[in-house]
Design a protein around this ligand. Structure first.
Ligand code: GDP
Ligand code: MG
Length: 616
């Protein structure tokens, strides 16, 4: 398509748009329809296509010359050259392009009268075209000749249908003006996929070869067939012109003269010939573009917004390193506090403070509530402790010391879990911290993370000491004064209520063995005492369970969580801000700088593209 045609401005704008898209890595946004040429054998399809493109490159002649679909991708480019999908060579001589098409056709099809659906794809780069795909197809056959395969008629039809069935394709139905238009193969085939002739453009070739006194005025006027896009008469180069190597531009001039001087056409000469065909096609494309423009603009708008957001995310680089670190410290402190208090934005899952609370008040509490005071406290063990505690004095009632020893032993069950809770909360804090430390400077992130882990570790060690002490004083000083501890009057009931099952087994007296263990059998009275002391242990254990469930989370919240949050800003200030080499911390990764520049360029290009679209 030469730039001299009336829609040159459109081509120029579309091409600028394409340029912008290519440069900024946006995938080709303008999806132009494919232009597919169909028609009977030797009616002039390839000639029409060449005239549209403005270049001699297609093999033309008698019989089926085009025997494989030729997908012609016009690609707007500064340089002019041709490439095939099937070869690595670059062509600049159109005579060689033509030879390559013939050679490639022959490479696949051995019988020179046969056809194939396998296309040849040719990319034509040129500053004079807009990026667009045209398809040249083998000619439709009415009756197979002796050399042709019997099924050639349907085979060619099937091949052609593949390309014209696409709703987005524009069908150029070529018919020779010298034959009957009403029975044109091309128009009949087009009707099968485009019944209303909405996207079929009729082209009448060989108008120059019509008998003197006949013309196609009736067809042009739509009196034979009604096509929405109409009919255009053309005169292509004949056999003789081709032999004499007549150029397309000369041919177009002669063609124009033909219509201007022809009695039947001169009145409507503006609607005749190759020049008008080009104009018509361009305006069809223009309509198509206008139709898709609103959606396109929307897409570009969305793209602009997304790129802008991406750019914002990268941050501006207008702060000094010190200012940046200071701002970061404040932001992280604030975000961490928000995460803790639950004012931060969150999705479906628990996060921050809620996770801490769940850990302590749900998982930890459930676990502690499940602990059994009498875990590992078998009766014979209790008896041994009781007897050992009373020493040589024979007691009627167990001693306070036995109870204390057993109580201490049961409370010790809490210890590992309480200490574990501190480390679990510490881990949660580190997790929360990582979710708020995400500046674009890797080194700064690292420095801040390390400093905060130090702070959390320090506070976590203190907390461990505190809860350790809490456990210890409850273990070391067994006091039964707590109001929840079982009352004495209830005690006797407990002792009575559970008599021991078995009577003592009388054994012959013997000397003591080296290691003295009591017999398995426990007397009724011993059993009652054991039950009693166990009940006391359980009661004391429950008292301590309540205390720990109440006090341990408070200790952790106060000494680890809140304290860390409060100290965070000051700690970071000291550990990050007031250190050597703060500039080094804020050195931007080279790739980020590159990315920012690229996004800026893209954004500018897209705004330009948007403006261009508004002007279309
Ligand atoms: P295709 O088989 O449909 O691709 O037809 P071609 O483009 O190869 O043309 C077949 C033959 O008809 C060639 O020799 C062309 O030179 C000739 N031809 C095509 N169109 C015209 C035309 O409008 N006028 C004249 N005189 N010859 C034409
Ligand atoms: Mg052809």
């Amino acid at each position: 398509m030469s730039t001299s045609n009336p829609m040159a401005l459109l081509i120029e704008r579309i091409n600028t748009l394409q340029d912008i898209c290519t440069e900024s890595g946006i995938t080709n946004m303008i999806d132009l329809p494919q232009i597919v040429v169909v028609g009977g054998q030797s009616c002039g399809k390839s000639s029409v296509l060449e005239n549209i493109v403005g270049n001699d490159f297609l093999p033309r002649g008698v019989g089926i010359v085009t025997r494989r679909p030729l997908i012609l991708q016009l690609i707007y480019s500064k340089d002019e050259y041709v490439r095939f999908n099937h070869s690595d060579s670059t062509f600049t001589d159109y005579e060689l392009v033509r030879q390559e098409i013939l050679a490639e056709t022959a490479r696949l099809i051995k019988n020179k009268h046969d056809v194939s659906h396998v296309p040849i794809t040719l990319k034509m780069y040129s500053p004079h075209v807009m990026t667009l795909t045209l398809v040249d197809l083998p000619g439709l056959v009415k009756v197979p000749t002796n050399d042709q395969p019997k099924n050639i008629v349907t085979r060619v039809e099937e091949i052609c249908k593949r390309y014209i069935v696409n709703k987005n394709a524009i069908i150029i139905a070529v018919s020779a003006a010298t034959s009957d238009i009403a029975s044109s193969d091309a128009l009949q085939l087009a009707k099968t996929v485009d019944p209303g002739y909405e996207r079929t453009l009729g082209v009448l070739t060989k108008v120059d070869l019509m008998d003197v006194g006949t013309d196609v005025v009736d067809v042009l006027a739509g009196r034979v067939l009604s096509l929405k896009l109409g009919f255009i008469p053309v005169v292509n180069r004949g056999q003789k012109d081709v032999k004499q190597k007549k150029s397309i531009s000369d041919a177009v001039v002669d063609e124009q003269r033909f219509f201007e001087t022809h009695r039947a056409y001169r009145r409507n000469k503006a609607y005749c010939g190759t020049a008008y065909l080009r104009t018509k096609l361009t305006s069809i494309l223009y309509e198509h573009i206008r139709h898709t423009l609103p959606e396109l603009q929307e897409r570009v708008n969305a793209l602009i917004a997304r790129t802008q957001a991406e750019l914002d995310e990268l941050g501006v680089f207008d702060l000094t390193p010190k200012e940046h670190v200071l701002r970061t410290i404040n932001e992280i402190t604030k975000k961490f506090a928000e995460l803790l208090s639950g004012t931060a934005e969150h999705g479906e899952e628990l996060c921050g403070g809620a996770r801490l609370s769940y850990t302590m008040h749900q998982s930890f509490a459930a676990f502690i509530n499940n602990l059994n005071a009498l875990h590992n406290m078998r009766n014979d063990h209790v008896r041994t402790v009781m007897l050992n505690a009373s020493g040589s004095s024979s007691t009627l009632f167990f001693s306070q010391r036995a109870f204390e020893m057993l109580a201490k032993q049961s409370i010790a069950l809490f210890k590992p879990h309480v200490l574990k809770l501190v480390t679990v909360i510490f881990t949660e804090m580190v997790r929360m911290m990582h979710s708020v430390v995400n500046t674009r400077f890797a080194r700064l992130n690292d420095k801040i993370s390390c400093a905060l882990v130090d702070l959390f570790k320090r506070n976590s060690e203190n907390t461990t000491m505190l809860v350790g002490a809490l456990l210890e004083w409850n273990m070391e000083y067994i006091s039964t004064r707590h109001p929840d501890f079982v009352r004495l009057d209830e005690l006797s009931k407990i002792g009575e209520s559970k008599p021991m099952e078995k009577a003592p087994n009388v054994k012959a007296f013997d000397k003591l063995p080296n290691v003295l263990r009591l017999d398995k059998e426990i007397s009724d009275s011993e059993g009652a005492e054991i039950n009693l002391v166990k009940s006391l242990v359980v009661s004391y254990f429950d008292v301590n369970r309540k205390i720990l469930l109440d006090q341990v989370p408070k200790a952790i919240m106060c000494n680890l969580v809140m304290k860390s949050a409060q100290q965070m800003q000051e700690h970071l200030f000291r550990a990050v801000y007031e250190t050597e080499g703060i500039e080094k911390l804020c050195e931007e990764d080279g790739s980020i700088e590159e990315l920012r520049e690229r996004l800026k360029r893209n954004l500018k290009a897209m705004r330009h593209a948007h403006d261009l679209m508004c002007s279309l």
